[in-house]
Write a protein of this length. Structure first.
Length: 226
């Protein structure tokens, strides 16, 4: 009887070991940390983007980033639209309106508090993970989506303060780069951002991030804050 009990115990341990998660499987917190670490180390970044939003509207273009805070989104659709930043000032060009938003990124809500805005991807991702609860969307991680193995993080806004309340973040399981995000707002409208042809092995020139409003552009100061 004692021998049977020992064998039964051994079989139970073996069964549990087979059912247990693989020892080398990353947790959702580890994936989040690897993503943040990856973007912290990026010096130059280029990718083609597609944004599918409200009412089936689609926008396309190319995104550029150069450390520590140069950012540019050049739109091919709508043609002529741009978003450009040097970390201190953000320019938003809407070609069809001949309008340009000039946003001061150094604004603070109160004296001594941190900046409202951040354009660097490392700090930006840290802020995102700080403001959202996150977990894997399913037990099967990583899994193949869009022809590539990836982790999918399901993110819920901690405080409903507007913007996107729910985000699905798709992370390449080999490079730990984000290549897609499904973001849903409080009205259940979903915007999908897809990034392709991602390159981090390039050297971007300063002219990529230069911006000068046209003479007939109307400039609107600080359009992103009240």
């Amino acid at each position: 009887m004692r021998r049977f009990t020992k064998l039964a115990g051994l079989y139970l341990i073996l069964s549990l070991s087979l059912l247990a998660e693989p020892y080398d499987r990353l947790s959702h917190a580890e994936v989040a940390r690897k993503v943040q670490d990856r973007y912290e180390k990026i010096e130059n970044y280029q990718a083609s983007f597609t944004i599918n939003g409200r009412g089936g509207k689609t926008m396309t273009g190319t995104a550029y980033y150069r450390a520590p805070a140069n950012l540019s989104f050049d739109f091919s659709n709508p043609a002529g639209n741009r978003i450009v930043s040097d970390g201190k000032t953000l320019w938003i060009k809407i070609a069809r309106l001949n309008a340009v938003g000039k946003q001061d990124l150094t604004l603070k809500p109160k004296e001594g508090e941190r900046d409202i805005f951040s354009v660097a991807p490392g700090p930006g991702l840290k802020r995102l993970f700080n403001r959202y609860h996150y977990k894997f969307d399913k037990k099967e991680q990583p899994r193949e989506i869009d022809g590539k193995p990836c982790y999918v993080l399901e993110m819920e806004q901690k405080e409903k303060v507007g913007g996107f309340e729910h985000i699905l973040l798709y992370v390449d399981s080999e490079k730990f780069l984000v290549y897609k995000a499904d973001a849903t707002d409080g009205t259940c409208e979903t915007t999908t951002i897809t990034l392709k042809n991602i390159r981090t092995d390039i050297q971007l020139e300063g002219k990529v991030f230069q911006f000068q409003p046209d003479d007939n552009d109307q400039i609107v100061a600080n359009p992103l804050v009240e």
